[in-house]
Ligand binder design. Structure first.
Ligand code: F6P
Length: 368
């Protein structure tokens, strides 16, 4: 599209996180300030397909900077595979037609990896888009960090702090399960910040014997409690050898029934208890990690990302994701981001940091 953007639509898609409202506010205020009409779309891509939209004015986006969640609502629906009354249908054309009906020149999509892919599909179907990288998992490529990550890391760190005092009082090992999907950023960051004794990550298949040895060595040194931070996507060496993990979410509804998989923390706690003479407990932090008010760092990042999107709209730069590179907000071609997952590289500095404070990462590692 050439020239000034006259109307934008904003939607939030995928799992929510702290900082979404701050980002919506950033985009909307910047856009309204340059005379662009702003339309809010409810419940992610489903709202676009069902044409559930509302005009956003300054009064709608004032006072929301500190609020958790997303006032637009979110869903995990994909336009190309949407359940429409029990039938899964490709609704891409309807989504694009509704954007046109609302005179949307550019659709702003706030979301994680799934959203980057869905936005790319809409772009391929003829719609101009700009995306913002949102997720507590921090696993979006093309940006140093995603918004939501810092807030969740703070929540998980506080949880580990609290587990420390009770573990220490009862001389127990406590296994704490931390979200992150297939990436270990959250478990590693919170594990280091909370001083976990063992951190198990999807990126490093763990050896239970090695973990138990570490726990026994702690006991030998008269350290009578331990905290094990485990990423929900962590897998043992044996599991990895068996092949790719079956797609099995922690909680999912099927035919009206809520399926709940046993938390990995529970299984690992049982294995430790069996292998070592240690009393073990487990806790799975779950959606607590996604709730509540964003940290100052996330408010700042979300506002910067949102207002950078405003700048790109002004300049007519579309089909990009706003990312952070060093100190700067940059526009990254969406094609370079969609379909990628940013996991922890084997030589990442945080891994070395953890090893240097004698944290067991589940296996023998050499950081020389
Ligand atoms: O992607 C964010 C995330 O919180 C993951 O860490 C987690 O695996 C997933 O979403 C949980 O999804 P839901 O809220 O749909 O259960």
């Amino acid at each position: 599209m050439d020239g000034k953007t006259k109307t934008i639509g904003i939607l939030t898609s995928g799992g929510d996180c702290p900082g979404l409202n701050a980002a919506i506010r950033g985009v909307a205020k910047a856009a309204l300030g340059q005379g662009t009409k702003v339309i809010g779309i409810q419940d992610g891509f489903r709202g676009l397909v069902e044409n559930r939209v509302m005009p956003l004015e300054d009064k709608n986006v004032s006072g929301i900077l500190t609020h958790g969640g997303t006032f637009l609502g979110s869903s995990r629906d994909k336009p190309h595979k949407m359940n429409m009354g029990g039938k899964v249908m490709d609704m891409t054309e309807v989504a694009v037609a509704n954007a046109r009906k609302n005179h949307i020149d550019c659709l702003i999509c706030l979301g994680g990896n799934g959203t980057q892919k869905n936005a790319m599909r809409l772009h391929e179907a003829g719609l101009d888009v700009i995306t913002l990288p949102k997720t507590i998992d921090n696993d979006v490529a093309g940006t140093d960090i995603t918004f939501g990550f810092d807030s969740s890391m703070a929540i998980a760190t506080e949880a580990i702090d609290r587990l420390h005092t009770t573990a220490s009082s009862h001389h127990r090992a406590i296994v704490c399960e931390i979200m992150g999907h297939k990436a270990g950023w959250l478990a590693l960051g919170a594990g280091i910040a909370g001083g976990a004794d063992v951190i198990l990550l999807p990126e490093i298949p763990y050896d239970m014997e090695h973990v138990v040895e570490h726990l026994m060595a702690r006991r030998h040194h008269n350290k009578r409690f331990s905290i094990i931070a485990i990423a929900e996507g962590a897998r043992s060496k044996e599991e990895v050898a068996e092949g790719p993990k079956k797609k099995k979410p922690v909680q999912k509804e099927r035919d009206g029934t809520l399926l709940i998989e046993e938390p990995i923390a529970c299984r690992v706690a049982r294995e430790i208890q069996q292998a070592a003479d240690i009393e073990v407990r487990f806790t799975s932090l779950g959606h607590v990690q996604r709730g509540g008010s964003p940290t100052a760092t996330d408010r700042l990042l979300s506002t910067r990302f949102g207002t950078k999107a405003g700048e790109l709209l002004r300049d007519g730069v579309y089909n990009v994701m706003v990312g952070l590179k060093g100190e700067n907000c940059v526009a990254v071609p969406l094609a370079e981001v969609a379909g990628q997952t940013k996991v922890i590289p084997a030589n990442h500095a945080w891994l070395k940091t953890a090893a240097l404070v004698d944290t067991c990462l589940g296996d023998e590692l050499d950081f020389q």
